[in-house]
Design a protein around this ligand. Structure first.
Ligand code: ZN
Length: 318
């Protein structure tokens, strides 16, 4: 079962999260394989890292709405999306448009011409009409325009920029598991606004730096193969770690026939009728879960005829 572990360092303003997506992650890949060609290996790894990162970030901010990580690429991957709900239900997909080397990394997948972007969107659950979701965008290169090879570096940059919080993030994924470890410095009340560095603050920085340094020694291989207890013990055996009861992230898709219908309506009657004439019906497979939605000519007629079952003018009766 997939697991998310939360922990704190006793007496230190540092918190941590460790995620391991296992059966749920394999289900994502399996579903894809049953409807379409599977994603190339580097894209599967990227999607796994995005799913793990999304779960870590959603759990870290406890946001009542969807957290969406979108990477818009200018290379063989045009788009990669991971979406995580407050109950840690996640889904992830990508749009691949070209060939890529077997060992492609973030920059060779998505930032070939330096135009790749990563957008983090927080879409509140009870958004009132007209309210925009919050969105932060970061480039896929560093401050000196140096190429970033890993998603973790892009997201660390985003968190520093948007929350002003130092974050250390380790991500890794293969076809069996998608995993991540996040360590974040907690904001300290009063500190930072005093205009001077007192000894406490220096001590706090040292504590965070020490833990971030320990965290950085974790290899992808270790993150993918060791269970959560072993990872935390190995890295932080000299620290006092307070653990919380793990929770279970899971795969779930929010697609529905109604949403697909609305999307078809958005394309317009002419376009849809064209498809019906050509193929007899419209078939749409959800990019996230692979579920297929069929609309035959009668369904299409209903789509474009509002309140079809009501006689004309009946809405004004009573
Ligand atoms: Zn779906």
């Amino acid at each position: 079962m997939s697991e998310l572990h939360k922990f704190l360092f006793e007496g230190l303003p540092v918190r941590g999260l460790l995620v391991r997506l296992t059966g749920d992650w394999r289900e994502v890949l399996q579903r894809r394989k049953t409807v379409q060609d599977e994603f190339p290996k580097p894209v599967r790894a990227l999607m796994g890292e995005m799913a793990a990162a999304g779960v870590l970030m959603q759990s870290n901010i406890k946001f009542n709405g969807s957290l969406i990580i979108q990477i818009f690429g200018d290379g063989p991957v045009k788009l990669a999306v991971a979406e995580v709900q407050p109950d840690l239900a996640f889904r992830v997909t990508a749009k691949v448009v070209g060939e890529m080397p077997e060992r492609a990394q973030l920059d060779t997948l998505l930032n070939v011409h330096g135009k790749g972007r990563c957008a983090i969107t927080l879409d509140p659950k009870d958004r009132f009409p007209g309210q925009q979701p919050y969105q932060g965008v970061v480039a896929l290169h560093g401050d000196q325009r140096e190429p970033l090879h890993h998603l973790s570096e892009v997201l660390e940059h985003y968190m520093l920029q948007s929350e002003q919080l130092d974050t250390k993030l380790i991500l890794a994924a293969n076809d069996d598991i998608a995993a991540g470890l996040l360590i974040q410095r907690l904001p300290v009340e009063g500190a930072g606004n005093l205009g001077r560095k007192n000894e406490d603050e220096i001590g706090i920085n040292e504590a965070y730096n020490r833990i971030a340094h320990l965290t950085a020694t974790l290899t992808s291989e270790e993150l993918l193969t060791l269970d959560a207890d072993t990872v935390l013990r190995r890295l932080y055996w000299e620290e006092k770690v307070i653990r919380y009861e793990p929770v279970a992230p899971h795969f779930a898709c929010t697609c529905s026939r109604e949403r697909v219908g609305n999307m078809l309506k958005g394309l317009g009657r002419e376009e849809i009728d064209g498809i019906v004439v050509e193929q007899g019906r419209v078939e749409i497979a959800c990019d996230f879960c692979g579920v297929k939605y069929h609309f035959d000519p009668v369904d299409v007629g209903e789509l474009f005829t509002p309140n079809e079952r009501q006689a004309p003018g009946s809405a004004t009766l009573n």
